[in-house]
Design a protein around this ligand. Structure first.
Ligand SMILES: NC(=O)c1ccc[n+]([C@@H]2O[C@H](COP(=O)([O-])OP(=O)(O)OC[C@H]3O[C@@H](n4cnc5c(N)ncnc54)[C@H](OP(=O)(O)O)[C@@H]3O)[C@@H](O)[C@H]2O)c1
Length: 383
């Protein structure tokens, strides 16, 4: 029986994780749950899965949460401190982080520092503080990726020697604007950007997929997970059937394939090194007309190059990229800026940033704070 604390239980990753857990009650027990502010769904989840500890980030909702959970034997917390309590709960074996954005960093770091295995969907954690996370995990505990691309690479590497990797081939769907011209992209709406062709996900990652910043963040994530020295090539594969590939030194390529359903990589992360019988529908290759591959268009999707540049600059630059992106994406969702300004805000914030070394959490949090303020100022200027 694996005891799981799930951070971000009310989100897309969270709901899918609970679905996987529910299908294997003999293998998993929910020990802790944390949410942001969706009280109604959270209360239903707590009543159903009966965890020992829960936390809601939105402190204004703690009183109502206590009232609605009255009579249950559960420790109730709130705020970031509460999320950390859930992430470090003594009984927990594995922490799943499905929080969105840099808010996931502090609880994820606390989890690995407490020696918990970490199944990580929250890619922003590794983007902004990859080195700190790896140092904290060291040989003490494992970070198992949930992102489908990194899960694919992780699976393709099973039993292989890391020094025999020639390159990682990171696949990208290309998002909803893959076939749009640059002129058409000048006028895209929020509704269009939120329509991902293959995946159903939270709004922030869906916009990141439309700008292809998602692939840029995944490029950085792959560098931290699989080695900075390993070349990472990005290829657009519109069908999202091959989730990523590894080329080895002998030029053999291992690809991991499957239906585009996050429950598959989540199940692998929860059950690793075993595999679960998920009872999900099998991939029917005879129904796939074709699998296509094309190079990404870096001019049409400038966020991709910005992320690669941020990783190359290193130090606090990836944290600045991430924070400016979070602010710009929210401004686009709030219809304050057009789609094309997302990359411009990030570019300007990066240009205005003076990189500093990352020696501790404070360095990252300070860069994150600076970049948010800077991006907000830039939005006011362009708005
Ligand atoms: N969705 C996918 O298929 C997918 C695939 C690969 C990777 N990922 C990554 O997984 C992460 C989650 O994505 P998602 O699509 O599941 O996002 P989502 O649907 O927006 O869910 C985000 C979750 O985080 C919670 N949350 C928000 N702010 C918080 C805070 N300050 N403290 C604690 N919890 C907070 C939300 O709570 P409330 O809703 O209660 O406010 C919600 O439970 C992202 O990093 C994303 O890049 C997602």
């Amino acid at each position: 029986m694996k005891r799981i604390s799930l951070l971000g239980s009310t989100g897309s990753i969270g709901v899918n994780t609970l679905d996987v857990i529910e299908r294997s009650p003999e293998r998993f027990e929910v020990c802790g749950l944390s949410a942001g502010s969706n009280l109604d769904l959270f209360v239903r989840q707590v009543k159903k899965f009966q965890p020992k500890v829960v936390s809601i980030f939105d402190q204004s909702k703690i009183r109502t949460l206590r009232e609605r959970l009255n009579g249950l034997d559960v420790a109730i917390h709130s705020g970031e401190e509460g999320t950390v309590k859930v992430a470090t709960w003594p009984d927990t074996d594995l922490v799943v982080s499905g929080i969105v954005g840099s808010a996931g960093l502090v609880p994820a770091l606390a989890a690995v520092q407490a020696g918990k295995s970490l199944a990580l969907a929250n890619k922003e954690t590794l983007v902004i503080a990859g080195e700190l996370m790896l140092k904290a995990a060291a040989d003490k505990t494992a970070i198992i990726p949930i992102d489908s691309e990194h899960s694919a690479i992780f699976q393709a590497l099973n039993g292989e020697k890391r020094e025999q990797i020639k390159r990682i081939i990171l696949t990208a769907s290309g998002g909803p604007f893959r076939t749009f011209t640059r002129e058409q992209m000048e006028h895209v709406t929020v509704a269009q950007a939120l329509k991902h062709p293959n995946w159903s996900m939270g709004s922030k990652i869906t916009i990141d997929s439309a700008t292809m910043m998602n692939k840029g963040l995944e490029y950085i994530e792959a560098k931290w997970l699989f080695g900075q020295e390993v070349p990472v090539d990005i290829i657009v594969h519109a069908q999202s059937i091959i989730h990523s590939m590894i080329e080895f030194v002998d030029t053999s390529i291992m690809a991991q394939m499957g239906i585009p359903d996050m429950r598959v990589p989540i199940a692998y992360a929860l059950s690793y090194p075993d595999r679960l019988n998920t009872e999900l529908p099998s991939l029917d290759l005879s129904q796939m007309a074709q699998l296509t591959f094309e190079p990404p268009d870096y001019l049409k999707f400038p966020c991709l190059q910005l992320a690669i540049d941020a990783m190359e600059a290193g130090q606090t630059m990836p944290a600045v990229l991430n924070a400016a992106n979070e602010i710009a994406v929210q401004a686009f969702l709030d219809e304050l800026i057009p789609f094309k300004d997302i990359s411009e805000i990030i570019r300007m914030a990066m240009n205005n940033h003076k990189c500093c070394p990352v020696t501790c959490l404070t360095d990252v949090l300070e860069a994150d704070r600076w970049a948010r303020e800077e991006a907000r100022k830039l939005i006011t200027v362009v708005h």
